[in-house]
Design a protein. Sequence first.
Lengths: 121, 303
Amino acid sequence: MKSCLVVDDSPVIRKVARRILEDLKFSISEAEDGKEALEQCRVSMPDAVLLDWNMPVMDGISFLVALRKEQGGDRPIVIFCTTENDIDHITRAITAGANEYIMKPFDRDIIESKFHEVGLL
Amino acid sequence: MNAKQFEFLRHILKQYSGIALSADKQELMELRVEKLLKEQRISSVAELCEALSRQDGESLRWRLAELMAIQETYFFRDKTVFSCFTDTILPALIERRASTRHLRIWCAAAATGQEPYSIAMALAEMRAKLTGWKVDILATDFSEEALMKARSGVYRQFEVQRGLPVTLLLKYFGRNGNDWEIRPEIRQAVSFRQQNLLHNSMRHGMFDLIFCRNVMIYFDQETRAEVLGRLTQQLSNDGFLVLGATETVRGMSEELGPLPTPCPGVYQHLPYQTGMGEEELGYLGPEPQGRLMRRPAVKRRYI
């Protein structure tokens, strides 16, 4: 079973994402900001990270930059999932090492399609 | 909607779009008819049926068919098909057309444009191998409404998130308000024309590659055979016909045989003088004897 870390400060979004991803046979862990996510990754690197952009304490892009510098931090497939939907944000994310990008609002089809895109399904 | 009205509407649908709606789809018909009533400001199904049966009801009959046609599509729909296109079909065609450097591709049921634009993007990604080539992509659909959207090249956010990798979104799309607009170089690579597959399509000429995926599944056997016959006529001797992965020509065409996996739903004219037999092609159709007589012996190479 592949593991996915869902990072979002909204409990509702985390719950929705968890439900969809559990249906797709992922084991889910959650974090509510980048700092907490990074701490979890240091203990155990997940196969995938579904990552919000705007969060308190540490935002998604800072987390991604930090993650890629960690030992083994190049391994997780990182998929942004954010309301930021302009070309600048998407370009920044991809340049920083994100593998895919989901613009909110999302649904099951989009999650499935994007996870398929990066070979997680 | 009573049974008689449903039967009448089904008949019109079949006549104009070829779609053979099964008897258990009354609910779907009611849903679309509701939209038609609202749009045309007609107050009842009875009134609609009356208007549809009038001689001057042509555009209304057409609109009913258009509303019923299934338009579900997305970019790079079915990855297997696009891998087959870039890894198997294109290399073969590039080799065979090396002298003319000209390819003609037809999307025969282009709907809102995702398929032809995906093909154009796939070709743009392979541009290094296609320097100096002329590639025509003709996209046709029977729905003017679908074609209008296709021509605009503007897609909603959810539409660019299904099937389209974000790297291609960045490369080939720009923002248009809240929507995304395909870049001019991709849009200009595709020409759009209205074409009902039930009618003669010979005016478009011959093609090296024809996509007609998940359309004929809505037709009855007779219509399917007719349409397939026409597509086959417009397919060059060594061209490829791409149907939906689960579609088959078995029992409808004696001229076509499938390519082996990993290209499900892809067909070519059957071999006559070739080193590769039908068994190797994975062809399971009728015994080939008769065909050997019917067509001239052309040296064909199969992939």
